[in-house]
Design a binder for this molecule. Sequence first.
Ligand code: FES
Length: 161
Amino acid sequence: MEHSEKKEISRREFMKYTIAALGGLIGLGYGIPAIGYVVAPALAKSQAQQWIQLGAVSKVELGTPTLFKVNISRQTGWIVNQEELSVYVLTENGRDFVAMSNVCTHLGCRIRWIADQGQYYCPCHNGVYDKQGNVVSGPPPRPLDKYQTKVENDQLFILEG
Ligand code: FES
């Protein structure tokens, strides 16, 4: 005698499996974007370093910090912002360049070069830096941030990010 085993799913079991499957789909719908939201900023940060073209090397005066301004796009998570980057570039010999951020290391105000004093000055809390960006006086906790530089085809670049 032949036994054919026929398994029947009850209406109750069918509903249970269907609800579990729908719950899983909804979970994936929320879960995948949530994972992307957490992971994307980390990936964006690792891609953020880029060479920025400041301009012609010939523009940098010997022995005097020269201010370059460029517009860059910066990605933070999902948001891309346009911002202006201001960089002081100093050379004493026309071959070696020091590129410094114009952002004060105390609380982030913009410093500026005061030529007749031969120093950078921060107007927010009277921070003073020397020509190489070292702290002379005031509250800044460390020298001005510096960028790696390179020259290609007489154009000056900094590594930003
Ligand atoms: S922000 Fe520059 S001294 Fe405070």
